[in-house]
Design a protein around this ligand. Structure first.
Ligand code: ISL
Ligand code: CA
Length: 538
């Protein structure tokens, strides 16, 4: 929400929406980076960890936001981006001056680059003319990687973290934290040269757990905080190394296995159909393997991913039904659900015709690279961008049917999705059957039923390609979720003994429907139902 009419969302704008968040039932707010930044990667390139991007507000605005959240019983977690800084950060400006200055080893410099490629295209190394050496950047050229093997870097980061925690923030979402430890010697990735992906050499590297345990001992354990690490391509076994209850590292991590379900062999832009059975296989694996040992995150959207209703549901005819169906999944699995702004009203992907309307560096770099290669038509390139571009999620929040979706009095930094007149908060608050009111009901349901928080998990129909049914149990409490993932009528039949007789329907995205557990279940397009043990609301 833009609070000062310059077309850019800001802290004052968020402050004006705290009552909305409270009404919805939100408990913790995670802000993407708000620090000083040249915005090469929308704030994920920080040039000063202790001051804010003036576009977003002042420190006084921040303090007001934090106390506004706390007064309402909500909490705030900040984005901790410490795998890299901006090249405009003081540390890097000094580091690049000479080969032997005190800041040189804050970053990773080599006389010769290896063959790793950057996540944002091109090589992961850039030659810095002044000292004639290359620096490592897993992301853009303006995001040099910090050298975590240097104890001074760790100490500086810990101090900075304490500075924010002493201000009263309630924890951190840790950006690409699984990338902080690189394999010694930085060997070439085997294979295709410059375009090779060095993942195995910097994902879950040799010292990552040691550094996180150190961070826990030095900083986090002294505060009442929650942490969530962004860990690219972790398996459940690896996730437990970060989050296991006895590990003393992170509260939870974001896994990416599900996000890879529609990516072909060439990566995210290589569009692939996905199967309901595969979705269930991944979801079930995480539910089962972490249960009792660590804590799951639950998410289907964020600022890097396309809109979930466009990706896993139907953003046309069944937008409302499928948005509610996915929400039901998100809130009845085990773990902490993360809702990304606008998801709660079923916001959809955008299809801007021209690349001029896009802002995201990953998208723009990929577009340029593809045009230069000349292997795909512009139409094909745009098809991938429409499906997977990060700006799908970044279009302004649709508050009302007023111009610019009520986000700003001015045309915003990124165009608003043209569907804002039909999809917006104002309209949905007034409609008892809206996606928004459904999210609110789900959040409440979760808070009122411990089985939704602590219950175990069993998938009932792993092989079926149309529906997803699972039960969760806590002592004698049961919850059954039945979801139709297709635009057609489907049936689900429980096997004998899979369900108790006493379950009652407590929430559904359609009026009517079987209220008790009957066999078979007849499901309408994208129908979702939640059943609970009778009279166990505790
Ligand atoms: O999964 C992705 C889509 O390709 C990536 O964007 C992935 O999420 C990303 O590479 C890691 O994400 C985080 O670090 C990046 C930043 O651009 C993302 O916004 C952030 O979430 C670099 O800081
Ligand atoms: Ca603004």
């Amino acid at each position: 929400m833009d609070g000062n009419g310059d077309g850019i969302g800001d802290l004052k704008g968020i402050l004006s929406k705290l009552d909305y968040l409270k009404w919805l039932g939100v408990e913790v707010v995670w802000l993407s980076p708000i620090y000083k930044s040249p915005n090469d990667d929308m704030g994920y390139d920080i040039s000063d960890y202790r001051s804010l991007n003036p576009e977003l507000g002042t420190m006084a605005d921040f303090d007001q936001l934090l106390s506004g959240l706390h007064q309402r019983g909500m909490r705030l977690i900040m984005d901790l981006v410490v795998n890299h800084t901006s090249d405009e950060h003081e540390w890097f400006r000094r580091s690049r001056e000479t080969r032997d200055n005190a800041y040189r080893d804050y970053y990773i410099w080599r006389a010769k680059p290896n063959n790793w490629s950057s996540f944002f295209g091109g090589p992961a190394w850039t030659l810095d003319e002044r000292t004639g050496e290359y620096y490592l950047h897993l992301f853009s050229t303006k995001q040099p990687d910090l050298n975590w093997d240097n104890p001074r870097v760790r100490t500086e980061i810990y101090e900075m973290m304490r500075w924010w925690l002493d201000k009263g923030v309630d924890g951190f979402r840790m950006d690409v934290i699984g990338c902080i430890s690189k394999v010694p010697g930085l060997p070439d990735a085997p294979g295709k040269g410059e375009l090779e992906w060095g993942g195995p050499f910097f994902l879950n590297g040799p010292h990552v757990h040691e550094y996180l345990q150190d961070m826990q001992a030095e900083v986090l354990s002294h505060y009442d905080v929650m942490t969530v690490g962004e860990t690219l391509s972790v398996t459940p076994e690896q996730a437990l190394e970060y989050t296991g209850f006895t590990r003393g590292e992170l509260s939870m991590v974001f896994q990416f296995e599900l996000m890879g379900i529609d990516a072909g062999t060439d990566g995210k832009w290589d569009l692939k159909d996905w199967k309901v059975s595969e979705f269930k296989r991944i979801s079930s694996r995480w539910q089962t393997e972490l249960y009792g040992h660590g804590w799951n995150t639950l998410y289907l959207s964020n600022h890097d991913q396309p809109r979930q209703v466009s990706r896993f549901g139907d953003d046309g005819k069944y937008r409302v039904e499928s948005a509610k169906m996915l929400a039901t999944l998100l809130h009845t699995l085990q773990g902490t659900p993360f809702i990304y702004q606008g998801e709660e009203i079923g916001m959809t992907n955008v299809c801007f015709d021209s690349i001029e309307d896009y802002r995201d560096i990953e998208t723009l770099n990929w577009y340029k690279e593809q045009i230069a290669k000349g292997e795909r038509s512009v139409a094909e390139i745009m098809r991938s961008i429409h499906a997977k571009g990060r700006d799908n999620a970044r279009t302004p929040m649709q508050w009302t049917g007023a111009p610019n979706g009520g986000f700003s009095i001015r045309p915003p930094w990124l165009p608003v999705n043209p569907n804002y007149r039909t999809v917006n908060v104002e309209k949905q608050r007034a409609d008892a059957h809206s996606v928004l009111n459904y999210y609110r009901a789900l959040i409440r349901l979760r808070k009122e039923n411990l089985v939704l928080v602590y219950g175990d998990y069993t998938v009932l129909n792993p092989e079926d390609e149309t529906t997803y049914a699972f039960v969760r149990r806590l002592d004698d409490l049961w919850v059954l979720t039945v979801l139709n993932f297709t635009p057609d009528q489907q049936t689900f039949v429980a096997a004998p003994g899979q369900l108790p007789a006493s379950l009652r329907l407590v929430l559904s995205n359609y009026p009517g429907g079987e209220r008790t557990v009957e066999k078979p279940f007849h499901l309408r397009p994208y129908e979702a139902r939640v059943y609970l043990t009778v009279a166990e609301r505790r």
